[in-house]
Design a protein. Structure first.
Length: 363
């Protein structure tokens, strides 16, 4: 591996095509162009050496400056081989670019409009990345509503639906302290129309600050759906002794979703923070205790899926204040010593939350 790159890999193997999750970190001492160059060189090295036979099915680039760095990424052919998300969420290690890659082995990856399809046996995975609204509306509520409606239409064209097939969404919001309320209202309204309620189910999700290179786009959107599932293969997770239902305080997402495939279980844990069963923020102003509580909440949700922290394949941690980086980094590496992870500057939807984390586990 190139010395200017830090890479951590999680590989899950089974009867069905294996998968891997990788976090790649650039050297912060190098120029922007060199960091991008080294990231892609590392990606090529992985595909030809340690992950031979695997192909990327989803990538997310985390950038310190989306306006100036996005053109460098778009010129690279690797960004045209699968769903690629590009979001301004500065890596807190000081680099200009970080990369999460989801690999699968022996699969076919094909574009279908704005959705990339990945076929492996009886399942078809549907990845969507960096969707923004082109209708000309300007509010977060209107943009989010348009995006969800477009996504539902795109799923329908593939024989899927928002309620039956979408397992995970990521909602990136500019100036989240101002614009998140509009996103929540839009999602609530769209979900009601699609029979996604507290009596049926919601979708695992993260709503977090982030923006694209086009600063007129207040909201952007990534999603994962899957075809070929029976409903009994999907469970919605809870840990009522640790954190309550999101519907209790007016938002519509699942704390976590467990999906059982033929030979493995994949668990999507939504953005999780320092919260108690009544929805209160715990440990106001204390980032150390907030981090420990968030980890404890993640552990409790994983336990509902018969998993633990050792099954976590990738971890993304969001901080409101870059001054908290070293404290949170130390705690995360202590509890997830072998997990590919990245820590980002990205305020959470409530100002009192100093840290939030999400993960994917594979068992």
């Amino acid at each position: 591996m190139k010395p200017n790159i830090q890479t951590k890999i999680f590989v899950a193997k089974g009867k069905a095509p294996a998968e891997a999750h990788v976090m790649i970190h650039a050297n912060p001492d190098l120029s922007s162009a060199r960091q991008v160059q080294d990231i892609f060189a590392s990606l090529d090295h992985l595909s030809s050496e340690s992950l031979q036979g695997y192909v990327p099915v989803f990538m997310r680039f985390f950038l310190s400056d989306s306006f100036n760095l996005t053109p460098l990424l778009r010129s690279c052919p690797q960004t045209r081989s699968c769903a690629v998300s590009v979001i301004e969420q500065p890596p807190l290690d000081g680099s200009k670019i970080g990369l999460w890659v989801w690999f699968m082995k022996d699969v076919q990856v094909m574009p279908h409009g704005r959705i990339w399809t990945v076929r492996d046996g009886r399942y078809t995975h549907l990845f969507s990345a960096s969707w923004t609204d082109d209708s000309g509306v300007t509010t977060s509520k209107a943009q989010m509503s348009h995006l969800f409606n477009r996504y539902a239409d795109a799923l329908r064209s593939l024989g899927a639906s928002l309620s039956d097939n979408c397992m995970r969404t990521w909602l990136f919001v500019q100036n989240i302290d101002v614009n998140y309320a509009g996103v929540v209202r839009a999602r609530n309204e769209v979900f009601q129309r699609h029979a996604l309620t507290r009596d049926t189910h919601f979708i695992a999700s993260t709503g977090i600050q982030g923006r694209t290179a086009n600063y007129n786009k207040v909201v952007s959107f990534d999603a994962y759906a899957v075809l070929g599932m029976d409903r009994q293969q999907v469970r919605y997770l809870s840990a009522p002794d640790h954190l309550g239902s999101t519907a209790d305080y007016g938002v519509a997402f699942e704390r976590g979703t467990s999906v059982c495939y033929d030979d493995r279980q994949r668990v999507f844990i939504s953005g999780t923070a320092s919260i108690d069963p009544e929805g209160n923020i715990l440990h106001l102003g204390d980032v150390r205790l907030q981090t420990l509580r968030a980890i404890d909440n993640v552990r409790a949700l994983l336990a509902d899926a018969q998993c633990d922290l050792s099954h976590v394949a990738q971890l993304i941690v969001y901080l409101r204040d870059l001054a908290d980086y070293h404290v949170v980094s130390e705690l995360c590496h202590e509890h997830f010593p072998d997990t590919p992870m990245i820590l980002l500057l990205a305020p959470v939807c409530r100002p009192g939350w100093l840290v939030e984390m999400e993960c994917i586990a594979v068992k």
